[in-house]
Design a protein around this ligand. Structure first.
Ligand code: C5P
Length: 353
């Protein structure tokens, strides 16, 4: 009998991982491609606002229950902020992430693995349908937790990072970034990533909204708005008539911004924030311009709609200002919720709990 045998504990029955929200410091959007997606040049940065996803062995009772999917997931539960509006069936991206890990592990072992039925528990903190990649973060956390649980239960190697990245890219355009975190340049649909060096910590006031926005709807509005018009002027929200197609986004447009993140110059960064989806989001939700105004009046250095919205992200000089801006805007505008966060944070990671 070896020491190894003596000290080996029984396999864990549950793994939890957390994944962070994101903000796009720069989001340049090109015309719609043949597959309906849009080529992007974006600088993602993760925020220390996180959801937690736990993947656990299903107990006997749940094991017998009928599942709405075909893979190992038997049930998915959501708790926390806005949890009522999150799907609890196989349409949830975290559910699909667990299934995809099982499929990939089976593919690596010629379909010979016995993978156990599991349950998924999501604790929400990231605004739902808010333009902050909450669903993508949950999927990224689910990938890490499911990978560890299945590998341990079947006593096999974990899927490696390139395989996880490919699965993430198939699940959604923002999932690879949520897996990796920090600051990254995203190209293609957003799934082709390169790390961007950053210095320092940035302070944000995030103003979430009771009413979410649908990402495909915002992209469709973008198509309509710029069908034929020059590259949008971020943030004015004015209705514009059709003229010329938006140009393909260019890497050179990010040079000044990446220099600002590299030197940690928050004032410079504030002047360079850009979101080409902002005008489309404002056309669908004109009420957001009041929020943007309220944030700058309260003292933010700059405010933008986060991704496809409707969350508005305000970059502030320090933590105290971020708290003040979040509180003031929430007080002033009904149906909003002010949150503060710091960036950059990491990528999806296992946690002990
Ligand atoms: O990739 P994901 O499933 O998160 O994208 C959701 C929707 O957002 C897509 O169906 C598409 O309408 C739109 N989208 C896009 N171009 C991108 C990313 C997303 O048109 N680069």
């Amino acid at each position: 009998m070896t020491d190894d045998y003596l000290f080996r504990s029984s396999p864990r029955s549950s793994y939890a991982a957390k994944a962070f929200a994101k903000v796009n410091l720069h989001l340049a959007v090109g015309p719609a491609r043949a597959d309906g997606f849009h080529d992007l040049v974006t600088i993602f940065q993760s925020l220390d606002l996180a959801d937690t996803v736990r993947v656990s062995l299903a107990n006997e009772q749940i094991e017998q229950a009928e599942s709405s999917g075909h893979g190992p997931v038997r049930a998915l539960t959501v708790t926390g902020q806005d949890s009522n509006s999150v799907p609890t069936d196989a349409t949830n991206l975290a559910w699909q992430a667990v299934d995809a890990v099982a499929v990939a592990l089976q593919a690596e072992h010629a379909g010979k693995l016995e993978l156990p039925p599991v349950t998924v528990l999501i604790e929400k903190n990231i605004p739902v349908a808010g333009g902050m990649a909450g669903g993508s973060a949950d999927a990224a956390a689910a990938l890490r937790a499911a990978n560890s649980l299945f590998a341990e239960q079947a006593n096999i190697e974990l899927l490696d990072e390139p395989v996880l990245h490919n699965i993430a890219a198939q699940l959604g355009s923002d999932v690879p970034f949520c897996l990796h975190g920090y600051t990254a340049l995203g190209q293609g649909r957003g799934e082709k990533l390169h790390a961007v060096p950053t210095t320092g910590t940035y302070h944000w006031a995030l103003v979430a909204n009771e009413q979410g926005l649908s990402t495909p709807q915002v992209f469709a509005e973008f198509d309509q708005l710029y069908q034929g018009s020059p590259q949008p002027d971020a943030g004015d929200g004015e209705k514009k008539g059709p003229s010329a197609v938006p140009h393909d986004p260019s890497l050179s447009e990010t040079t000044a911004l990446t220099a600002a993140t590299q030197s940690g110059d928050v004032q410079q960064l504030a002047g360079l924030l850009r979101n080409d989806l902002q005008a489309a989001a404002l056309r669908l939700r004109p009420d957001l311009s009041r929020i943007l105004d309220a944030g700058s009046h309260a003292g933010a250095l700059a405010g933008i709609v986060s991704g496809s919205g409707p969350t508005c992200a305000f970059l502030c000089a320090d933590e105290q200002t971020a708290h003040y801006v979040a509180t003031e805007v929430e007080k002033k505008i009904a149906g909003t919720r002010g949150i503060t966060a710091m960036s950059p944070a990491g990528g999806a990671e296992l946690i002990e709990c």
